[in-house]
Design a protein around this ligand. Structure first.
Ligand SMILES: NC(=O)c1ccc[n+]([C@@H]2O[C@H](COP(=O)([O-])OP(=O)(O)OC[C@H]3O[C@@H](n4cnc5c(N)ncnc54)[C@H](OP(=O)(O)O)[C@@H]3O)[C@@H](O)[C@H]2O)c1
Length: 323
């Protein structure tokens, strides 16, 4: 079957290891299902895998992709939940220390078929487009948990999103707007700042720019480049929810003094549960949210989508189509 997979890895030239070609089709063991993939979403996770982060080289070749929507063997339209708990795990799967995402241990979603635990299938709401459904499993689920499970912000509160153009960032802006939050964002790029206003940001600032007032919570996925600004932008008692560090893990200043003096909360957040994914899908449908999609490409053009993400040139999600 056709698949986009990591054949080799390179920290500096991630595209060099990406191959779009033939891989064996999956055969599901008991308790697992094979999904015929209609659409698969691209995430920064896939670029990290090609760079050798989070995917050991001895697991190559590995089909990439955490997001997918398609049909199961009974013809049900489903969204694939990407967090696979270890055998016997009970409770919140994001807290299982041995959990993996699809494409880390088990083959990923950028293929004609993907195999997942049957419990990881979430019904696709009737009427939701395949492109929308492909956006939800990773970036949107992460944004949902950051905002609604972990930030503690109430409707009417103000939230700063570091970065405007990314998959998680655009999801945060659209979800927060739909939930009645005042969403502010930063961006390095004027055009992406304008787009953020169009999709519901109340205000957008240059990366690192001083804000006119302090906010209730900051959504952080940029990491080292924005960490000090995140700490400085919070009002006392505010919350930073951190789910990523695209620009690096080691900020120049840890800002520990400000964190305790202002009694800030720093909360780590990773993906979400299957139930949160089902709630997210229902919320997106009920609120009429149209996830921002940068581009829709057939899977055989996957390299173009990956190149855009490596170049930092995306606004919203990149979606690959199959069938
Ligand atoms: N913990 C989890 O479960 C989880 C889930 C999903 C994603 N993540 C992580 O979250 C991060 C974002 O993921 P994504 O899929 O949304 O990636 P993406 O689409 O590539 O997003 C990149 C974002 O980062 C901003 N950015 C990048 N470098 C920057 C810099 N040097 N200074 C300021 N802003 C910068 C960009 O904003 P502008 O271009 O507008 O400035 C853009 O909003 C990744 O590190 C990813 O691994 C974690």
């Amino acid at each position: 079957m056709l698949a986009a997979y990591a054949a080799t890895q390179s920290e500096t030239d991630p595209l060099s290891g990406l191959v779009v070609g033939d891989r064996p089709a999956p055969e599901a063991p008991a308790g697992w299902s094979v999904v015929d993939v209609r659409t698969a979403g691209l995430n920064h996770h896939d670029v990290w895998s090609l760079r050798g982060v989070g995917l050991p080289a001895d697991r190559l070749p590995m089909i990439l992709g955490c997001d997918a929507a398609g049909t199961d063997a009974d013809g049900n339209e489903v969204i694939v939940h990407s967090v696979v708990p270890s055998d016997g795990w009970r409770g919140d799967e994001t807290l299982d220390p041995r959990r993996t995402l699809l494409s880390e241990l088990h083959q990923g979603t950028m293929a004609e078929q993907v195999m997942v635990p049957t419990a990881n299938l979430v019904p696709k709401p009737a009427g939701m487009s395949w492109e929308t459904a492909a956006c939800l499993s990773t970036a949107w689920l992460t944004a949902y948990r950051m905002l609604f499970t972990n930030s503690g912000v109430q409707p009417g509160g103000t939230v700063l999103v570091q970065g405007a153009g990314g998959g998680v960032a655009t999801a945060l802006i659209q979800l927060g707007r739909a939930a009645g939050l005042r969403m502010w964002a930063t961006s390095r790029d004027a055009a992406r700042a304008d787009r953020a206003l169009e999709i519901g940001a109340d205000r957008v600032f240059g990366s690192g720019e001083r804000l006119p007032e302090r906010v209730d919570a900051v959504m952080e996925t940029v990491g080292a480049a924005t960490w000090s600004h995140s700490v400085n932008s919070l009002q006392p008692g505010g919350t930073i929810v951190i789910a990523g560090a695209t620009s690096g893990y080691d900020p120049r200043k840890g800002e520990l003094n400000k964190i305790f003096f202002k009694q800030l909360k720093v909360i780590g957040s990773t993906m979400g549960t299957r139930d949160e994914l089902a709630q997210l899908a229902r919320f997106v449908q009920a609120a009429g949210i149209d996830p921002v999609i940068d581009s829709v490409l057939p899977l055989d053009k996957a390299r173009d989508g990956f190149a855009k993400m490596v170049d930092g040139d995306v606004f919203g999600k990149v979606v690959f189509t199959l069938h």
